[in-house]
Design a protein around this ligand. Structure first.
Ligand SMILES: Nc1nc2c(c(=O)[nH]1)N[C@H]1C(S)=C(S)[C@@H](COP(=O)(O)O)O[C@H]1N2
Ligand SMILES: [Mo]
Length: 254
């Protein structure tokens, strides 16, 4: 490795450095070849973080006494759609989570079916990019279990796409994570929070907990999951609502 490249690697590995490089180039980013370069920089940030951190490492878990007395809700707190409000009023009895894309078996699972599967409970800290944190307890279905049941095609699928029920300014919220993150033991689709069924403002009926990533990756109001080969062909091409609309980095590892 050349010294220049090593120096860049150190900078990219620091995360904030890469963000600075990117934000300084906003105008140049409009052209496709340069945008591709920026996307590969994002990939590069991820790979260099992978060199210095263990992607299998567990996020810290906390004791019940450390839970925040108030967990701040953020982003969409409600879903302003009649179909959603009908399901909410009905305790999500008619809700079906769809799992599809690059899987051997597409699934349609009710909340009751999900709740019958082995679940995991964890008390973790949520870190929002806006600069606040909160510690809460989450119970849900390990995503790995769902991927095993659906038979995710590991030779083709590289990412999972989470489709959410809410829209911000008319644009549907969505997120993508890679399979390493998806299959991590603490990555769950939570249906319980702080000992209660997940309230609407925290993303009922299901919200993603992907504990080693910043808050915006934790998709709330999840209606469907799709295993995909690449997020660059989807919607704005940057892999998530905030990535598309405010240039948040796709890789939000903490
Ligand atoms: N569907 C959906 N998911 C979302 C958001 C949103 O607006 N819509 N906001 C994100 C952001 S920025 C954060 S910090 C967390 C907030 O989760 P909370 O409401 O449980 O605190 O949800 C994330 N997931
Ligand atoms: Mo956030």
């Amino acid at each position: 490795m050349t010294t220049g490249r090593r120096r860049f690697l150190l900078r990219a590995g620091a995360g904030a450095g890469a963000a600075l490089v990117l934000s300084g180039c906003q105008k140049v980013l409009e052209t496709a070849p340069v945008r591709d370069l920026a996307l590969s920089l994002d990939d590069f940030t991820m790979r260099s973080q992978r060199l210095v951190t263990d992607r299998k490492a567990l996020a810290r878990e906390y004791a019940p006494s450390q839970m925040s007395p108030f967990f701040r809700p953020n982003g969409s707190r409600t879903v302003d759609r009649p179909e959603y409000q009908r399901m909410l009023a009905n305790g999500f009895a008619d809700f079906r989570l769809t799992v599809g894309g690059l899987v051997q078996r597409s699934l349609q699972l009710s909340l009751a079916e999900l709740m019958e599967l082995p679940a995991r409970t964890q008390i973790t800290r949520h870190d929002c990019v806006e600069g606040w944190s909160a510690i809460g307890q989450w119970t849900g279905t390990p995503l790995k279990l769902l991927m095993d049941i659906a038979g995710v095609d590991r030779s083709k699928a590289r990412y999972l796409l989470f489709q959410c029920a809410d829209e911000i300014g008319g644009v549907p919220y969505y997120e993508t994570i890679d399979l390493v993150e998806a299959l991590h033991p603490q990555t769950i689709l939570a249906w319980r929070m702080n000992g209660q069924m997940l309230p609407e403002m925290y993303g009922a009926p299901l919200r993603l907990r992907v504990e080693r990533q910043l808050g915006y990756k934790h998709a709330k109001f999840v209606m469907g999951i799709e295993a995909i080969a690449d997020y660059r062909t989807i919607r704005g091409g940057k892999g998530g609502y905030w990535e598309d609309s405010a240039d948040y980095e796709w890789w939000a590892g903490i």
